[in-house]
Design a protein around this ligand. Structure first.
Ligand SMILES: Cc1cc2nc3c(=O)[nH]c(=O)nc-3n(C[C@H](O)[C@H](O)[C@H](O)COP(=O)(O)OP(=O)(O)OC[C@H]3O[C@@H](n4cnc5c(N)ncnc54)[C@H](O)[C@@H]3O)c2cc1C
Length: 493
């Protein structure tokens, strides 16, 4: 359980630590720095020691935020308007067919100037990042403006997006200009951005440094490898970002609950969802800088599409008791309709008659020499599921999300099949479970580096072992031989 600063005890069978940027939080604005959580919230100062007392090493990371400025102090005529999406795609699959007619508020695009860069260069000595006060490493993919000016010194301008904070506030978020320079320097920089000449600050930009753990001490369930029922999730695991944190919180919550019930952990692997890629990267490779989830980190991107997230994950959620019967039934129905339509299209045969070839010409497609199924015809880049209606006039009108799946699955069939073969190979190694208590010094033939890394990371599968940096394919072969020998030895006993 948990004991609070006031001495109150909360008894529980499992604990999930999700302290965000509050743990040992320290805010930096130029020469000023003080203990604080984000946005002036109270930091968490005692917990770091009790985590360290458990033998868990903590390290510093940092992140930052730009200033918020007054909406009416901006000259939008000097900026490019950035309207919202023409077609609003809802987040939930349950809302796919809903029509949205919302008055959207636009963002604006502007740029930093040479004059702004000069002020940054002149004041670098006052930046706690460059003067060495901040020891924490910041996120590579959301650098501060001073970081960008130093690292990309050949650029004479950087993009700045002006984003409304909400409908009921005058605050505007100045995306791309986070900074830990002193407030008066920040104001000078912002005033040299096109359209911000008369800008009025409402909140200053700042950097925040916080404590995080090395996530390789965790299992894939996000439970500590040695301390049972202690879980970690979110920023404390070295990630940064809302979705990254939410995904881990969900998985830690599910696994804490399963642990308490004495059930097997719930793992999403790298081929099943981005959650799997995120957690596997963190617990297998660790991270020296705030980790952000990007699609490029996934090797099975063709399968991990946002349009098929419901088809990939709803069943898993249902089995865990987290998805309602209604939602589950809808997904099953959707899957059936997609498969039925794919089968139907395979059965429609288009023969090379004058009429069909003329129709193909109309679609700017080459004439047929042999009969083909409509399914095959839709594979042609110039023919879409919609335009193929001329060959299939009695087609039943299907929901847009089903039409989209049908078209995607047909067009990318070849690539998806190839990826499925790779996924099968991946699963073979992934399904070879490794006992986390294996004594790797007994595995003869491992390189020294592999021995050290395997002993430290304690992978839970051969697949996970193969992704540890420093563990080579030949180490994996040695490991497979060892497992085989152990299996035979065990079967002889
Ligand atoms: C200034 C700033 C700007 C950011 N901008 C973005 C952005 O634009 N986009 C993006 O994706 N991400 C952004 N992030 C990152 C994002 O906010 C975090 O990655 C995410 O919120 C982390 O989620 P979490 O659940 O780990 O922690 P948090 O959301 O930080 O939640 C931690 C919670 O734990 C509580 N807590 C901490 N310690 C204790 C304790 N000892 N006792 C009791 N309660 C405690 C805190 O009060 C808080 O409610 C930003 C972060 C900061 C600091």
């Amino acid at each position: 359980g948990v004991t609070t600063r006031n001495g109150a005890n909360y008894y529980s069978k499992a604990v999930i630590v999700a302290t965000g940027t509050y743990l040992g939080g320290r805010v930096y604005i130029g020469e000023v720095n003080y203990q604080s959580g984000p946005e002036g919230m109270s930091p968490s100062l005692l917990l770091s020691d009790s985590i360290k007392n458990k033998g868990i090493h903590l390290r510093r990371m940092k992140t930052g935020t730009p200033a918020r400025v007054h909406k009416d102090s901006i000259d939008y005529s000097k900026m490019e308007i950035q309207p919202g999406d023409k077609e609003i795609v809802p987040f939930s699959f349950l809302n796919m067919e809903k029509k949205y007619d919302i008055d959207q508020v636009p963002c604006y695009l502007t740029y930093t100037t040479d004059a702004a860069h000069q002020i940054i260069r002149d004041n670098l000595g006052r930046s706690p990042m460059f003067s060495g006060y901040i020891e924490g490493v910041g996120p590579r993919y959301c650098p501060s403006i001073e970081d960008k000016v130093v690292k990309f010194s050949n650029r004479d301008k950087h993009q700045v997006f002006i984003e409304p904070e909400g409908l009921s506030t005058k605050e505007m978020y100045i995306q791309g200009v986070s900074s830990s320079l002193p407030e008066e320097v920040q104001i000078q920089i912002y005033k040299r951005i096109d359209g911000l000449e008369n800008v009025e600050f409402m909140r200053t930009a700042y950097a925040i440094e916080y404590d995080s753990i090395d996530p390789t001490i965790l299992k894939r369930s996000l439970e500590h490898k040695e301390i049972q029922n202690l879980f970690f999730a979110g920023q404390i695991n070295g990630s940064s970002g809302y979705e990254e944190a939410a995904a881990q919180g969900l998985m830690a919550g599910i696994n804490a609950s399963l642990n308490i019930q004495g059930k097997e952990p719930f793992i999403i692997d790298r081929s099943e969802g981005y959650i799997g890629v995120l957690i596997d990267d963190l617990v297998t490779k660790g991270t020296d800088e705030p980790y952000r989830m990007m699609t490029s980190r996934a090797e099975y991107r063709l399968t991990l599409r946002q349009d098929n997230a419901d088809l990939r994950l709803t069943k898993k959620g249902y089995e865990l008791g987290l998805v309602t019967q209604e939602r589950y039934d809808l997904t099953i129905k959707k899957e059936e309709l997609i498969n039925k339509e794919l089968m139907r299209l395979k059965k429609i045969i288009i023969t090379p008659t004058e009429k069909t070839n003329n129709m193909l010409l109309e679609l700017k497609s080459s004439p047929l020499k042999n009969a083909v199924s409509l399914y095959e015809l839709i594979k042609r880049p110039e023919i879409s599921y919609e335009s193929s209606l001329i060959f299939d006039p009695d087609r039943e009108a299907l929901l847009k999300e089903i039409r989209l799946q049908v078209e995607t699955q047909i067009k990318y069939e070849g690539y998806i099949k190839k990826q499925m073969i790779q996924i099968e190979q991946f699963k073979r190694l992934e399904n070879r479970a490794l006992d986390i208590n294996i004594d790797y010094s007994k595995v003869k033939g491992l390189s020294n580096e592999a021995l050290q890394k395997l002993t430290k990371i304690k992978p839970e599968s051969v697949g996970q072992a193969s992704r540890i940096s420093g563990v080579s394919p030949s180490d994996i072969n040695v490991l497979l031989i060892y497992l085989e020998q152990r299996r035979r030895g065990a079967s002889l006993v």
